[in-house]
Design a protein around this ligand. Structure first.
Ligand SMILES: Cc1cc2nc3c(=O)[nH]c(=O)nc-3n(C[C@H](O)[C@H](O)[C@H](O)COP(=O)(O)O)c2cc1C
Length: 319
């Protein structure tokens, strides 16, 4: 059974972005579900072997905190034996297991993983079957609509297989793999998926404002919405969406609030092994749209360590 979600707005898995500090911030601001960055099943197995030697667990590799719950771990990779093994390794620590069938990056699709799987109906069926039988925790799925424009409705077949095999929820980002991030997400496909499937459906793609979130729910009937780029450096969005859905109004946040929020983020990073390069990129996202933002971002890019970065961000308050 799926856990109970406190909000209809979820934070999307984003490699290099949805680290445990940002996830916790989004959770505290009202995200109903947060998902780890996608994780290679082979890396999980390799890391687990190494960690066991030091009496450590996979938590050292996929970091998280208890406050993030309910927490979903996202896996990618299509080797069935490795998939079963990796799913069993992560199961005790997470509330849900999400399977990635959407990633368009060539280094992922070339290893028959991510979005490339959408056109591999038999393998997909075996993957779902393996995962659902390997673990007791709910297994969910995140897909794009198809691989290219000529097969952009592959999601219809995949959704049917998913339901038959015991997948418990589907997130659809209605762009094809070859589209990357170009054009618009075709929300009509989310509506169609909601109509043809009995599973809870999470709509995803191009939600930047609370108004967008409401529009997606109203237009498609989806059960939940998932937000990626719109939540980058902007954890306030979850509170705003929750309020907007309830009361039709929400609090606006200033750039000062965004800077404060970056320092909260920075404080949270102390507990985790997040790379400095990733923290720098997060700083850049928190300055999106700010006055003198581009100058600030050039300085951030040149910063060499956390102390440099803190000073640059502190100076931004006076700009
Ligand atoms: C930097 C970045 C990293 C991403 N990493 C993942 C990932 O690890 N797993 C995944 O399923 N999707 C990943 N995505 C896709 C998002 O989860 C989401 O489906 C997509 O960005 C569309 O939603 P949006 O318009 O709200 O950003 C990533 C997207 C971005 C921008």
């Amino acid at each position: 059974m799926l856990p109970k979600f406190s909000s209809r707005a979820f934070l999307a898995p984003m490699a290099g972005v949805s680290d445990p500090a940002l996830r916790l911030q989004c959770k505290e601001m009202g995200a109903g579900l947060v998902v780890t960055e996608f994780t290679n099943i082979h890396s999980i197995i390799a890391q687990e072997n190494k960690l066991k030697e030091n009496m450590q667990t996979i938590r050292e590799f996929i970091e998280y905190s208890e406050q993030e719950r309910p927490l979903s771990v996202q896996l990618f990779g299509s080797d069935l034996i490795a998939l079963e093994k990796a799913a069993k390794i992560v199961e005790p620590y997470f509330d849900m297991i999400d399977y990635n069938m959407g990633c368009p990056a060539p280094h992922i699709t070339q290893q028959m993983a991510g979005g490339a799987l959408l056109q591999e109906v038999n393998l997909t069926q075996q993957i779902f079957n393996t995962l659902v039988n390997a673990v007791k925790k709910p297994v969910t799925l995140k897909i794009r609509s198809g691989v290219t424009n000529t097969n952009k409705f592959l999601f219809r077949d995949i959704a049917e297989i998913a339901e038959d095999e015991g997948i418990q929820m589907i997130t659809l980002h209605p762009r094809t793999v070859s589209q990357g991030y170009s054009g618009n997400a075709d929300w009509a496909m989310i509506k169609e998926l909601k109509e043809i499937s009995n599973l809870p459906i999470v709509g995803n793609g191009d939600i930047i404002t609370p108004e967008d979130a409401k529009a997606m729910i109203d237009e498609t009937g989806c059960d939940y919405v998932m937000i990626g780029r719109g939540a980058m450096g902007n954890p306030f969005l979850f509170e705003q969406i929750n309020d907007y859905l309830k009361t039709n109004s929400y609090r606006e946040y200033s750039f000062r609030d965004r800077l404060d929020s970056f320092f909260d983020y920075l404080h949270l990073t102390n507990q985790y092994k997040i790379k400095f390069a990733n923290i720098k990129s997060q700083a850049i996202r928190f300055t999106k749209g700010m006055h003198c933002g581009s100058k600030l971002r050039s300085k951030i890019t040149l910063s060499k360590n956390i102390e440099d970065l803190k000073k640059i961000m502190k100076d931004a308050y006076t700009k």
